[in-house]
Design a protein. Structure first.
Lengths: 431, 256
C-alpha cells in the first residue's frame, strides 16, 4: 500500500515551499522539501557592481535577516580590504545582532510556531483566547525592532551600516531609551517563559541532530572565525575561510535552492545547534529560562529548536542590556568609518544569523567591482536536515499507526521548527 | 460585517509582510477592524474562495504559477494594493545585470542539469498583469504609509501619497545635501518621497529604493553625476537597481 503526505504550500513560514512524503509498504520511500520560491539570481546580478553598492542589494535577499545579511556582507568586504573595525563598531554590531535575534525569535516562537503547540491555526486566533501572551510577544518583538532601528536606521533593510562602521552613531538619549526598554523587556521575557513553561512540547520524533555553529571568538556570541561541527561526542573545527569544505553545495531537481552536506550527511544550524555547542555561555535569567523550560541538550527532538530560540531570546535581551549599559558607561567616541583604498582581493566572513550560520564570500577586481559572490544561508544548509527529520518522523509515526492528517500536521511542525526562511534559501549561489 | 482582507506574497524577501507584522502597536487594532481571511504567511487555515474587500500583495511575478495566483487575487478583490517596490516596479530581481539572465542562470547552476527545466522568467511588477488600485512603494514599504493607506481605504477614501522627490523631505529635515555639497551619487532628486529622507539623515546616499517619482528628470541627474566624473554605465546601473522595468517603458522619465 502506498500513502502520500502532501503539503502543497507550507503556511506560517517565510517564502514558498511544500512537502511530499511517500510511504511504500510501511517504509518511507521518498521525502521532498520543495522550494518553489521564484528565483531572483541576486548573486549573479551583483557581478560588476561596486563594493559600495553590493551590500544594499544583498540585504534584499531576506527581510527578516536583513541586518545579518548586511553586516556579514560588510565583514566579507572588510576582510578583502583588510579593514579592522574598532571595538566600538564591533560592540554596536553585536548589539544589532541581539536586536535581530530578539525580533526574529519572538516572531517565530510566538507568531509562527506557538499556534501549533496550542492547537490554533494562527496568532490571530490565539490572540482571541490568550491576548496577554500575544501582547507580551508583540512587545518583545518590538523591542528587537527598536534596537535594530536604533543601530541600523530601519528594522527591515537597514541603511546605517557602511564599510568600516556606521553612517551615523546613535545618540546617548537613544541608548538611554534602549536601556529603559530593555529593562522592561526582562520582565516581559519572564511572562513569555511562563506562557511556554506550561506547554508540553510533543516528542513524536526521535532522531540524532548533527549541529554546526560558529565558535564565538570573544564576548560576542554571533561572531567567530571558525565553525564547529558535532558528530556524536566528537567535535571538529573548520576555519570560516574553508567554509566550502563544510557546506559542499549541490543541486536537486525538486528545489530552487542548493543543498549542503558534510561527509555526505546533513547537519543543522540555528539556535538549537548554538546552544548544544556553546550553551555553557548562557547564564543569568536565560539559564533560569533554560531550566524552567526543561531544555535538555543534546536533544533528539528537533521541535526543541523552538524552546532553544526562546532561551536565546532571553539571553539576547540580557546581553543587549549589558552592552547598552557598557556603551553608556564608556560613552560613544565620535568615530567615522576609516578611509580605505579600493583594490583587487577576496574576502570571506560568517556570522550567526538568528536562523543559523550565514556565509559571505566576495572576489573583487582592481576597481572594486564584484567578480564573484557566494552567499550560503542557514536555511539552504538546513534543507537536507529537514528532509532527514521528516523521514524519521513519518517513519516513526507510520509505525505507531498515525493517520495521514496527523503525519501531515507533524511534517509541517517539523519543517516549521527550523524557522525556515525560504526567501533566503533561493539566493542562488556562486557566480 | 467587517471587511475581509487578504495578505499575499509573490517572489520577494517577505519584507512587506514583515512590515505589517512589525506594526506591533496597531496589529490588534487591524485585526479588530478587519477580518484577515487569507494570509498564508500567518495562518495554516485560510479561506481561499470568498471575495475580499482589499488584497495586499507584495513581491514581483516570476513565473506562471504566480501570474495565475495574481489573476485569481484580482478576481476576488475589490481593491488590489501593490505593497513594496517589487510589486510596484519589479524591484531588485528585475535590475540590470552585466549579462543576460540565461547566462547568469548557467553560471549559477551550470548548463543542462535540473535548472534547465525550471520556469524562469524576468521578474515583472503586478501592473503588467492586472489593474492595481493603490501602489505603496518602498523597499520595504513604510509602516506609516501602510497604516495611513489602510485607514483611508477602510474609510472609503483614496490614500494621499507623495508625488514629490526625496529631496523635498531632505530639505525639510535640513540635512546636508550629499549630492551638491559632498559630491556623492545620491538618487534623492528622482526618487519618490515618503521615507522622510531617512538615508541622507544617516549620511548615506539615497539608492532609489522607492522607485522613480512622477515627472522625474533622470537625464538632468545623469548630467550632474557625469560632471562628478562617474562613468555613464555606473550611473545607469545605480539608477536602474530597483525599478528597471518601469524605466524601460519610459513611464517615469527615460535614461540615456
Amino acid at each position: 500500500m502506498t500513502r502520500t503526505i502532501n503539503i502543497h504550500h507550507l503556511a506560517r513560514v517565510e517564502g514558498h515551499g511544500g512537502i511530499q512524503v511517500v510511504i511504500d509498504g510501511g517504509q518511507v520511500s521518498k521525502v521532498e522539501f520543495d522550494v518553489f520560491e521564484g528565483i531572483r539570481l541576486l548573486e549573479g546580478l551583483v557581478r560588476g557592481r561596486s563594493l559600495e553598492d553590493v551590500t544594499g542589494i544583498v540585504s534584499r535577499i531576506c527581510a527578516i535577516c536583513s541586518h545579518s545579511h548586511s553586516i556579514t556582507s560588510l565583514q566579507a568586504i572588510e576582510d578583502a580590504l583588510e579593514i579592522e573595525v574598532t571595538p566600538q563598531t564591533r560592540k554596536l554590531r553585536d548589539l544589532a545582532y541581539h536586536g535581530a535575534n530578539i525580533e526574529s525569535h519572538a516572531l517565530h516562537v510566538f507568531v509562527l510556531a506557538l499556534p501549533d503547540l496550542l492547537g490554533h491555526p494562527s496568532v490571530i486566533s490565539l490572540a482571541g483566547s490568550n491576548p496577554k501572551a500575544v501582547a507580551t510577544a508583540l512587545r518583545l518583538k518590538k523591542l528587537g525592532n527598536t534596537i535594530q532601528e536604533t543601530i541600523g536606521g530601519r528594522a527591515v533593510h537597514p541603511v546605517n551600516y557602511v564599510i568600516g562602521g556606521f553612517g551615523k552613531l546613535p545618540s546617548t538619549d537613544q541608548l538611554l531609551a534602549l536601556e529603559k526598554d530593555l529593562t522592561a523587556g526582562l520582565a516581559d521575557c519572564w511572562s513569555a517563559i511562563e506562557v511556554l513553561r506550561d506547554i508540553e512540547v510533543p516528542d513524536f520524533v526521535c532522531a540524532p541532530i548533527r549541529c554546526a555553529a560558529l565558535v564565538p571568538e570573544d564576548e560576542a556570541f554571533f561572531f567567530g572565525k571558525s565553525m564547529e561541527l558535532s558528530d556524536g561526542g566528537a567535535r571538529q573545527t573548520i576555519p570560516v575561510q574553508d567554509y566550502r569544505a563544510l557546506t559542499n553545495e549541490y543541486l536537486v531537481p525538486h528545489s530552487h535552492a542548493k543543498r549542503s552536506a558534510h561527509d555526505q550527511r546533513s547537519y543543522m544550524v540555528g539556535a538549537l545547534a548554538r546552544l548544544t555547542l556553546h550553551g555553557n555561555r548562557v547564564d543569568g535569567l536565560a539559564r533560569k529560562a533554560w531550566e524552567e523550560l526543561r531544555l535538555a541538550l543534546p536533544s533528539t527532538n528537533i521541535l526543541m529548536n523552538n524552546i532553544a530560540q526562546a532561551v536565546e531570546m532571553v539571553y539576547s535581551v540580557e546581553r543587549a542590556l549589558h552592552l547598552v549599559q557598557d556603551l553608556l558607561r564608556t560613552g560613544l567616541a565620535p568615530e567615522s568609518p576609516p578611509p580605505y583604498r579600493v583594490r583587487a582581493g577576496r574576502g570571506t566572513a560568517a556570522t550567526e544569523a538568528p536562523r543559523g550560520t550565514l556565509f559571505y564570500s566576495y572576489e573583487f577586481d582592481a576597481e572594486g567591482r564584484v567578480a564573484a559572490a557566494d552567499v550560503i544561508t542557514p536555511t539552504a544548509q538546513n534543507l537536507n536536515h529537514i528532509e532527514d527529520q521528516l523521514r524519521a518522523a513519518v517513519q516513526q509515526g507510520a509505525e505507531a499507526g498515525a493517520s495521514d492528517l496527523m503525519l501531515e500536521q507533524r511534517s509541517a511542525m517539523i519543517a516549521r521548527a527550523y524557522d525556515p526562511c525560504i526567501s533566503c534559501s533561493v539566493h542562488l549561489v556562486r557566480s | 460585517m467587517k471587511p475581509k482582507i487578504g495578505i499575499f506574497g509573490l517572489s520577494g524577501c517577505w519584507g512587506e509582510q514583515i512590515v505589517i507584522l512589525n506594526c506591533e502597536d496597531q496589529l490588534l487594532d487591524i485585526v479588530g477592524a478587519t477580518e484577515i481571511v487569507d494570509f498564508l504567511g500567518g495562518s495554516s487555515v485560510n479561506d481561499v474562495e470568498s471575495p475580499l474587500a482589499i488584497a495586499f500583495v507584495e513581491g514581483s511575478v516570476a513565473n506562471e504559477r504566480e501570474e495565475r495566483q495574481l489573476r485569481r487575487i484580482r478576481e476576488r478583490a475589490g481593491l488590489v494594493v501593490a505593497c513594496g517596490t517589487c510589486a510596484c516596479f519589479g524591484g531588485i530581481a528585475a535590475m540590470d545585470a552585466e549579462q543576460p539572465r540565461e547566462q547568469v542562470i548557467c553560471q549559477v547552476y551550470g548548463s543542462g542539469g535540473p535548472a534547465s527545466a525550471w520556469d524562469i522568467r524576468p521578474h515583472r511588477p503586478l501592473a503588467d498583469f492586472v489593474k492595481v488600485d493603490v501602489a505603496l512603494p518602498g523597499c520595504p514599504m513604510e509602516k506609516s504609509e501602510f497604516l495611513r493607506a489602510t485607514a483611508s481605504l477602510l474609510n472609503g477614501d483614496i490614500p494621499q501619497l507623495p508625488a514629490y522627490p526625496v529631496c523635498l523631505e531632505c530639505k525639510m529635515n535640513e540635512s546636508d545635501c550629499l549630492l551638491v555639497s559632498r559630491g556623492l551619487p545620491c538618487a534623492g532628486p528622482v526618487t519618490t518621497a515618503g521615507c522622510g529622507a531617512r538615508c541622507p539623515g544617516y549620511n548615506v546616499v539615497c539608492i532609489g529604493c522607492r522607485g522613480p517619482v512622477e515627472e522625474c528628470n533622470i537625464i538632468s541627474l545623469q548630467k550632474i553625476l557625469e560632471e562628478k566624473e562617474l562613468k555613464a554605465a555606473e550611473i545607469k546601473r545605480k539608477l536602474r537597481t530597483f525599478a528597471a522595468p518601469a524605466l524601460d517603458r519610459n513611464e517615469r522619465g527615460g535614461l540615456a
